[in-house]
Design a protein around this ligand. Sequence first.
Ligand code: SD4
Length: 323
Amino acid sequence: CYCNRLVINTWGFTGATEEAWNTLVKTNDAIDTLEAGCSYCESHQCDFTVGYGGSPDESGETTLDALIFDGKTMNAGAVAALRRIKNAASVAKHVLQHTKHTLLAGDQATAFAVAMGFTEESLSTDASRGVWEDWKENNCQPNYWIAKPDPTISCGPYTPLPQNSIDYTQDNEIERIKNVEFNHDTIGMIVIDSDGNVAAGTSTNGLKHKIPGRVGDSPAPGAGAYADNAVGAACATGDGDVMMRFLPSFLAVEKMRDGLSPSAAAEVAITRIIESYPQFSGAVVAVTASGEFGAACNGMDEFPYSVRNDELNEVTVFTVKCI
Ligand code: SD4
């Protein structure tokens, strides 16, 4: 019986769900399926927030974060701030399968990818250069600085602050979140194969106009995604700077381990963040090992996610009302 096979992912990325499902039917390999689904979004530049040519940082460069978490072996592979390589999810799979490490970052992740046979090429396009130039012309807003220590580091205008006056208070953080023009849409995906193997992962180009070197929640195990064959899996999307402080994917999986439904577990994970950051925007998708699924979200009206399993005849988009 194939009854528990499942592909589920954040947002209306139905092409990725379809691609993953086809791979699952062909290979019955949760990891290869996850790679195929996330790679689809990387090559199709889903919403320009996955893959090359989107979310230029303050210097205009696109960098990629990706994670593949194997709930069978509790092993993970990830890349963060990956430069000049388009295939972040595949490189993450190579970290998983060819190394004892979990996470490689920046130029050295690029060097690893090149050693593994990936092609080094620019991730910028006319579109991403245009987005960056518009932003420069519009005084570089929004930006992620609370207080910028050196006005020459980036473009302004910024209010100069006296030295040592950097204020990292909660109010300041809430103000930052309010002012961030939130640009969605990491792909977070969960796959269950017919042997009950659960895998979860992500791929994203992060936030637009981030400070170079910034890494979000997506490649962090437990934050962007988490899986355990014994329980199920979860994955997250949203304001990663905030979300990664709460390991929402880990928390959702642990709540399902305690017996909560996927929806209730996802809600606990989101509520935990709201307690400190009521304005934050994000969502968690959760799945039990038996294929029951649900989601929770905050900071938008509703959140769509795409599902294919053996009961649904086609990829179907579900929506959950946010808290
Ligand atoms: C990040 N979590 O880098 C990602 C962005 C995202 O929906 O998910 N947007 O913070």
